[in-house]
Design a protein around this ligand. Structure first.
Ligand code: GLA
Length: 677
C-alpha cells in the first residue's frame, strides 16, 4: 500500500496502555520519525467493551483524531485475538481444549476456540460496531483483522466443524476410510459420529487424520476471517482488508490459499537467528510473502493509491522487531544499522514498507522487554534515532513500489507437504519440506539467483528453472504440472522425498518418487536415512548428508555418485532429458559448496542468470523493475566495505553512480539504474 505516494512505515500502536498525555507525545514523535501508518487496537477488546454490551469508544475516537491531525494513517484492527475475561466466563464452551483434553483458561491471549459459535458471534459484533463507527474516519487506510490467525482446538464445536468439513470433502464415509487408510490398526469408521479430531492417543495417530485436521483449521480460521472481512467491506468498500500472517511450522494456515481472500498479503517476521542466518530467513520470508501475494484474487487499490497497477506480488511487512530479538535462552541486541538494512531487505523483495512491533515499549504485561521504536529509555536513544533515519530513507524510496521483483527460478512450496513431513514415524525426522525449501533458497541466493516460490499448479511461464525441495505430496495434477513443464522445455531439479506420497499422504507405489519417475528417468528402491553427523563421500568430491537412496537409473545419466558405504558406486545425482526439457534428481543433501555448484550449473544450463554478476559474496543484490525503470538493491552483509559495479542514482544519498558504488560495512544502496546499465 502506498499512502499518498509513501511507503508504509510505523507499527503496532497501543495507546490503550498509556495515559492520554502520552498520545500527544507519540504523534509528535511519529511525525519526527516520518511514520506513515500505525496499527491500532489489536488487543484492545477489553478497553472497547469492558463489560458485555458496554462500549467505550471515546478514547479510540480521540486517538484516531489525533493521528489524523498529525497526518498519520491508521490500520484499524479488530480486537478479536484476545477476548476479554467476561467473555470466557460467560461462554466457557468457547474456551479452547488441547489435544489431551485440557480446557484452557483466559489470562493470556488467543484463548478461544475459533469454531465456537459464541466466539464467532462476539467477534462479528465488535467488528460490526467498529466498521460502523469508523467507516468514514479520514485516518482509516486499512483494516487489520484479528492478529496472527493460528489457533486450533479439540472441543466439541471443533469436532463438529471437523466432521462437517470432512463430509464436504469426502461426501461419504467410505471415501474417508479409504483416504485415511483406516484398514490399518482397526480404525474403520462405520458412522460419522465416530470421527474425531486427532486427540491424544496411545501411540502414533492416523497421518491422514492429522493432515486433514490442519487443512480443516486453515479453512475454519479463514471462514472466521472472511466473516469479519465481509462486514468491513460492506461498510467501507474502498478500504482494503488484511490480516497479519504468522509464520512457523506450528501454524495450521495455508497462507497461499488465504491470499485470495485478503486485499494485501501481510506477514509478521521475526528471524530466529542473530547472525547471517537472519538475512537468509528474511530473504525467504519476503519471497514467500511475494509468492503468496501473487495468488491474491482481489487487488483493489488502497486508500490514496489510485495508480496501483494490479498485484505484482506486492505485500507488506506488518511486524518486525526494531531491536532485541528472541533467540534461544536470551534476547539478542541488534547492532547499529541492522534494523535499517533488514528493513530494506524486505522492501527489496517487494514489501510495501516496513512496519514494526511495536511503536512504544510497554511498562508491563507479558512482553514487557519486547523491543520498540520508542524504547523504555525514551526517544533519546539509539533505536529512536535509527527509527528517524529509517523514516527518512523510506521516504526517499517510495518510487521503488512501482517495481516488480525479477526472478528466473521458481521453488515449489506447499503447506500440506510441510505438514505431512512433520508427522512421526517417517524415515528421518530431519527432513522437512520447509527446511528443504529454505536450504535450496539460501543456496540459490548465495549463488546470486532470485527465486519466486510457486505452488503446485501455478503458471511457470518465464521461469527457466523449477526446484522441488522435498515436495512430499503430489496428486495427479501436480505430477502432470511438472511433467508438462519439463516436456515443454523447462528444467527442473527434484530432491529426495518429493512426489513420494499422494494428497492423502499415502505412498505412490512402484518405486519412489512415484509422481516423477518418468520425468526423472530413475526409480528409487530404498531409502538410507543418514545419522546425525554421518557423511558419505561423493565421487565428485563433495559429501552427502542427512539422507541417501538406492537410485536405479531408467533413462537418466548419473552426474555424481556415492563413493563409499553400501551405496558405493551408485548414482547420487542424475540428469534426464525429457521432451524438450531436463530433469535433475538429487537423492541426498550435498554439502553447501557442492549443492551450490549443482544448482548453479542447473540454473545456467536452463538459461537463468544471477541478478548481479559482479556482486561480491555476502552482498545481496535484488532488482525490482517497472516498465519505466529498474532499481538495484545492494545490501552489504559482510564485515568489510564492498565495491559493486553499477550505474545510475543512489536513492539513499542522491549521488550519481558513475560506474560503481562502495558499500560500507552493513551499508545499503538502492540504485535507480541508468537505462541500459
Ligand atoms: C507477534 C504478535 C505481536 C507480538 C510479537 C512479539 O508477531 O503479533 O503481538 O506478540 O509477536 O514478537
Amino acid at each position: 500500500m502506498v499512502l499518498d505516494g509513501r511507503l508504509c512505515y510505523g507499527g503496532d500502536y497501543n495507546p490503550e496502555q498509556w495515559p492520554a498525555e502520552v498520545w500527544e507525545q507519540d504523534v509528535e514523535l511519529m511525525r519526527q520519525a516520518r511514520v506513515t501508518l500505525v496499527t491500532v487496537g489489536v488487543f484492545a477488546w477489553s478497553r472497547l467493551e469492558p463489560a458485555p454490551g458496554r462500549y467505550t469508544f471515546d478514547w479510540l475516537d480521540r486517538v484516531l483524531d489525533l493521528l489524523h491531525a498529525g497526518g498519520i494513517r491508521v490500520a484499524l484492527a479488530t480486537p478479536t485475538a484476545s477476548p476479554p475475561p467476561w467473555f470466557s466466563l460467560a461462554h466457557p464452551d468457547a474456551l479452547p481444549v488441547t489435544a489431551d483434553g485440557v480446557r484452557l483458561h483466559h489470562g493470556s491471549r488467543d484463548t478461544y476456540c475459533a469454531a465456537a459459535p459464541a466466539y464467532r458471534a462476539a467477534a462479528r459484533r465488535i467488528t460490526g460496531l467498529l466498521a460502523e463507527r469508523y467507516a468514514d474516519h479520514p485516518a482509516l487506510a486499512l483494516w487489520h483483522v484479528h492478529n496472527e490467525y493460528g489457533t486450533t482446538c479439540h472441543c466439541h464445536h471443533a469436532e463438529a466443524g471437523f466432521r462437517r468439513w470432512l463430509r464436504d470433502r469426502y461426501r461419504d464415509l467410505d471415501a474417508l476410510n479409504d483416504a485415511w487408510t483406516t484398514s490399518f490398526w482397526s480404525q474403520h469408521h462405520s458412522d460419522w459420529a465416530q470421527v474425531s479430531t486427532p486427540r491424544a492417543t496411545q501411540y502414533l495417530p492416523n497421518p491422514g487424520q492429522v493432515l486433514d485436521f490442519r487443512r480443516y483449521w486453515s479453512d475454519e480460521l479463514l471462514a472466521a476471517y472472511v466473516e469479519q472481512r465481509d462486514l468491513l467491506r460492506a461498510a467501507t468498500p474502498a478500504v482494503p482488508v488484511t490480516t497479519n500472517y504468522v509464520l512457523g511450522d506450528w501454524v495450521p494456515v495455508d497462507h497461499a490459499r488465504w491470499a485470495a481472500e485478503v486485499d494485501l498479503v501481510a506477514i509478521d517476521h521475526y528471524p530466529s537467528d542473530a547472525g547471517p542466518a537472519a538475512e537468509e530467513q528474511i530473504a525467504l520470508a519476503a519471497d514467500l510473502a511475494r509468492g503468496w501475494a501473487r495468488h491474491g484474487a482481489r487487488h483493489q487499490p488502497c486508500a490514496g493509491d489510485d495508480d496501483l497497477p494490479g498485484t505484482r506480488g506486492s505485500w507488506l511487512l506488518m511486524e518486525s522487531a526494531p531491536n532485541l530479538i528472541y533467540t534461544a535462552g536470551r534476547m539478542h541486541t541488534r547492532e547499529p544499522g541492522r534494523m535499517t538494512r533488514h528493513s530494506l531487505a524486505y522492501v527489496a523483495r517487494g514489501s510495501r514498507g516496513a512496519m514494526f512491533f511495536q511503536w512504544r515499549a510497554p511498562r508491563g504485561g507479558a512482553e514487557l522487554f519486547h523491543s520498540a521504536l520508542v524504547p523504555h529509555a525514551g526517544p533519546d536513544s539509539r533505536i529512536f534515532r535509527e527509527a528517524v533515519e529509517l523514516g527518512g530513507i523510506l521516504d526517499r524510496l517510495a518510487e521503488v513500489d512501482a517495481g516488480v521483483v525479477e526472478a528466473p527460478v521458481a521453488i515449489a512450496w506447499d503447506a500440506a507437504s510441510g505438514w505431512a513431513l512433520q508427522q512421526r514415524a517417517l524415515p528421518s525426522d530431519r527432513i522437512h519440506h520447509h527446511t528443504e525449501v529454505a536450504v535450496a533458497h539460501r543456496t540459490l541466493r548465495r549463488a546470486g539467483y532470485a527465486c519466486d516460490p510457486v505452488l503446485p499448479g501455478d503458471p511457470l511461464t518465464g521461469y527457466a528453472l523449477l526446484v522441488l525441495p522435498a515436495l512430499y505430496l503430489a496428486d495427479d495434477d501436480t505430477a502432470a504440472w511438472v511433467r508438462d513443464y519439463v516436456h515443454g522445455g523447462g528444467h527442473v531439479v527434484i530432491s529426495y522425498l518429493s512426489g513420494v506420497a499422494d494428497e492423502h499422504a499415502r505412498i505412490r507405489l512402484g518405486g519412489y518418487p512415484g509422481a516423477y519417475r518418468d520425468v526423472l528417468g530413475v526409480r528409487v528402491e530404498e531409502f538410507h536415512p543418514l545419522a546425525d553427523g554421518e557423511e558419505v563421500p561423493l565421487t565428485g568430491g563433495g559429501t552427502a548428508r542427512f539422507w541417501a537412496e538406492t537410485v536405479r537409473v531408467a533413462g537418466a545419466e548419473p552426474v555424481d555418485a556415492y563413493a563409499a558405504g553400501v551405496l558405493a558406486g551408485q548414482p547420487a545425482v542424475t540428469r534426464h532429458r525429457y521432451g524438450d526439457g531436463v530433469a535433475w534428481y538429487v537423492s541426498t543433501r550435498p554439502d553447501e559448496g557442492t549443492y551450490q555448484r549443482l544448482l548453479d550449473e542447473a540454473a545456467r544450463a536452463a538459461g537463468a542468470a544471477p541478478t548481479c554478476l559482479d556482486a561480491p559474496p555476502g552482498v545481496e543484490a535484488v532488482r525490482r523493475r517497472s516498465p519505466e525503470a529498474s532499481w538495484l538493491f545492494l545490501l552489504n552483509h559482510t564485515a568489510s566495505a564492498q565495491r559493486v559495479p553499477t550505474a545510475g542514482i543512489d536513492l539513499l544519498t542522491g549521488a550519481v553512480v558513475e560506474d560503481a558504488v562502495t558499500l560500507p560495512i552493513g551499508g545499503v544502496a538502492v540504485v535507480r539504474e541508468r537505462a541500459g546499465a
